[in-house]
Structures are given as C-alpha cells and as structure tokens.
Ligand binder design. Structure first.
Ligand code: AMP
Length: 201
C-alpha cells in the first residue's frame, strides 16, 4: 500500500500516519522528520535546509525528491509506505509518480485532510507545549509567527495538489475536524475500498 497524506501543518497527518504504521506494518516517511534528522546531524543537506525550515519555507524540490527516492528503495518500503508531508509541490507530485512508475508501481490513494485552518495554529502550539512539558525537543518552527508562513506556503504551493490528484481520480478526502478515532475510521474505510497493488502486480 502506497499512500500520500495531504493537508496543512497541524491537520493530523502525523498522528494518523502512526496509526497506519501499526495497522499495516508499513513505514511512515515524513520528509519533515528526515530533514530534521539531517539538520541535527549537520549533514550537507541539513546545513542547506536549516535556515529555510526555521523560516517556515519549503526546502528545494531537488533535495527532497532525492531524499525520498533513496528512502523508498530501502527494504522496509518493499510492501509500501505512508508519505507524510511529501509531495508538497507540483514538481514533487510529478517526481513521486515518476519514481513509482520507474519501479513498476504507483500510488494506491491520496488522502486529503480537510480542516478549518483557524484551529491549526492552536494544535501546533499545543504540540509544542506538550513536548516542552514532557522534556522533549520543541520544533523551532512550531511558533505562531513561523506557523503563519508555513500555512502561506501550504496554500501557495501544496494546495494545488488537491486538484492535481483529484483530476487523476486518486484523491480521497477525510474530515480532519473530526475526533482522532473518527478520522482513523474514515481512513480505514477508504483503504478497505482500495485494492492494494501488491496483490495485482
Ligand atoms: P513538517 O514536519 O512536514 O511540518 O515539515 C517541516 C519543514 O520541513 C517544512 O516547513 C519544510 O521547511 C520542510 N519540508 C518537509 N517536507 C518538505 C517537502 N516535501 N518539501 C519541501 N520542504 C519540506
């Protein structure tokens, strides 16, 4: 099963991805997490990405596409994966389609989280407070100011993907304003109706 979770920051993609990991035994590929690890390890990619991420802007397509292309060839991705936070631009959407085609496969579903963006900043600030209270590292971009920029980037560069995948008849939408368990149930209902490709190819 190869899935894309699409939605603005704070929509609940990460939370739902973790549940899908448990249920389907396939990994969550969060480009944000991969980039944060690269920043922490001060790799060449991390050094390039840090300032862009701290400002709430998007890292270049070339960097992110290369990270994903490498990651999906790891053995744990053989049965599928959940893309969380990727693709985020039209060139990234083209890139993942091409990557999968080259590997003789394709996407099974793109799940869009429909949310009212007024609740998002509150969710993200709550995540930061909870991390702080638990003594965990707090993301530098989980502030009200940077969040504003992340949301602008989403509308400018990522929201067009909704039309892109809709036109390809791959888009499924869940009500991201519902409770966490309810959203999980909506996703499971969508996935039950999808025929996993590994059975046919
Ligand atoms: P996230 O953890 O998904 O909220 O991502 C955190 C930050 O990492 C974003 O604000 C971007 O700066 C960067 N990032 C993550 N995924 C991508 C992507 N697919 N394309 C460009 N930048 C990304």
């Amino acid at each position: 099963m190869r899935l894309i979770l699409l939605g603005p920051p704070g929509a609940g993609k990460g939370t739902q991805a973790q549940r899908l990991v448990e249920k389907y035994g396939i990994p969550q590929l969060s480009t944000g997490e991969m980039l944060r690890s690269a920043v922490a390890a001060k790799t060449p990619v991390g050094l390039k990405a840090k300032a862009v991420m701290d400002a709430g802007e998007l890292v270049s397509d070339d960097i992110v596409n290369a990270i994903v292309a490498e990651r999906i060839d790891q053995p744990d991705c053989a049965r599928g994966f959940i893309l969380d936070g990727y693709p985020r631009t039209l060139p990234q959407a083209d890139a993942i389609e091409r990557m999968l085609e080259e590997r003789g496969t394709g996407l099974d579903a793109v799940i869009e989280f429909a949310v009212n963006d007024k609740v998002l900043v509150g969710r993200v600030l709550k995540r930061a407070d909870e991390a702080r209270a638990a003594g965990q590292p707090v993301r530098k971009d989980d502030t009200a100011e940077v969040f504003d920029e992340r949301l602008r980037e989403y509308y400018k560069k990522t929201a067009p993907l909704i039309g892109y995948f809709y036109a390809r008849r791959q888009l499924k939408t869940v009500d991201g304003m519902a409770g966490i368990d309810d959203v999980t149930a909506q996703i499971e209902a969508i996935l039950e109706a999808v025929k996993p490709r590994e059975k046919v190819s």
